[in-house]
Design a binder for this molecule. Structure first.
Ligand code: B16
Ligand code: MG
Length: 216
C-alpha cells in the first residue's frame, strides 16, 4: 500500500514548459544560438543553470562566458519567464489535477512538490493549489538536481513516508530516472513524449484515481 504522492510541477501540474522555451529561445537568440522544440525537450526537469550550460554547449559557446556573466544570463531568462507567467491562473492546471488533489486531501493522503523550479511556490499560488501540499522541496537546498534522487528522497522525508510508500509523478525522463534511483514508484504523465522505466504512463490524471494508485 502506498501512503503519499510526490509531484513534479512543470508538465505534471501545469504546462509551463512552453514559457521556459519562449524565454530560453529569446535569450539564446541574443547569443546567436538557435534552439528548437526538439532541443527544448532535453531541458525538461533540468535546473536553470544546467539548462543554460546545455544551451551554451549546444551553441558551441560553453567557454564564452564567465560565471558572473552566466549568472546574469540566468537572471535575465528568469525575469522574462516570470513576466510570461503574469496571467497564470487555475485555468492553467493540467486536466484531472484539481480533482485528484482534492480527493487526496479528502482521504488525508499527504502530497509534496519535488520541482527543480525555484518559482514553484509562486506558481502554485497562482494556480490556487498551494494549500494541497504539505511540503515543497526548496531546490536551492539540493546538492544535485534530477536525475539525482536527492529531491525525491527529501520530498518523501518531508511528508513522513518511506520511498517505498510513495508514488511520484513525472513528465521528464530525468525525473523518472531520479524516482527510480530513489526507489519510488514512477507514474509518467505523457502528453507528447514517451517515458520509459515507469510503472505506468497516463496521458493525464483522469485516467487513474487516488484509490487505484494507493493500492499499488
Ligand atoms: P526555474 P520541473 C523544471 O521544472 C523545468 O522543467 C525546467 O525546464 C526548468 O529549467 C527548471 O524547472 C527550473 O526552473 O528556472 O523556474 O527555477 O519539471 O522540475 O517542475
Ligand atoms: Mg517536469
Amino acid at each position: 500500500m502506498k501512503k503519499g504522492f510526490i509531484f513534479d510541477l512543470d508538465g505534471v501540474i501545469t504546462d509551463t514548459a512552453r514559457y521556459h522555451y519562449l524565454a530560453w529561445k529569446e535569450l539564446a537568440r541574443g547569443l546567436e544560438i538557435e534552439i528548437d522544440e526538439t532541443f527544448n525537450e532535453t531541458l525538461k526537469g533540468i535546473d536553470r543553470m544546467s539548462s543554460l550550460e546545455r544551451i551554451l554547449t549546444f551553441g558551441g559557446k560553453e567557454t564564452a562566458f564567465t560565471e558572473a556573466q552566466k549568472e546574469a544570463l540566468a537572471v535575465k531568462k528568469n525575469k522574462q519567464y516570470v513576466e510570461l507567467l503574469t496571467d497564470l491562473s487555475p485555468a492553467d492546471l493540467l486536466p484531472g489535477i484539481a480533482d485528484f488533489l482534492a480527493e487526496a486531501k479528502k482521504q488525508d493522503v499527504p502530497c509534496a512538490i519535488a520541482s527543480a523550479s525555484k518559482n514553484a511556490p509562486m506558481i502554485l499560488e497562482k494556480l490556487g493549489v498551494a494549500d494541497y501540499f504539505k511540503a515543497i522541496v526548496d531546490p536551492a537546498t539540493l546538492r544535485m538536481g534530477k536525475p539525482d534522487p536527492e529531491i525525491f528522497l527529501k520530498a518523501a522525508a518531508a511528508i513522513g513516508i518511506k520511498p517505498s510508500e510513495a508514488i511520484g509523478f513525472e513528465d521528464a525522463q530525468a525525473g523518472v530516472e531520479a524516482l527510480n534511483l530513489a526507489g519510488i514508484m514512477a507514474v509518467g504523465i505523457v502528453s507528447d513524449s514517451d517515458l520509459t522505466e515507469t510503472t505506468l504512463n497516463v496521458n493525464d490524471l483522469r485516467e487513474t484515481s487516488v484509490a487505484a494508485l494507493l493500492a499499488y
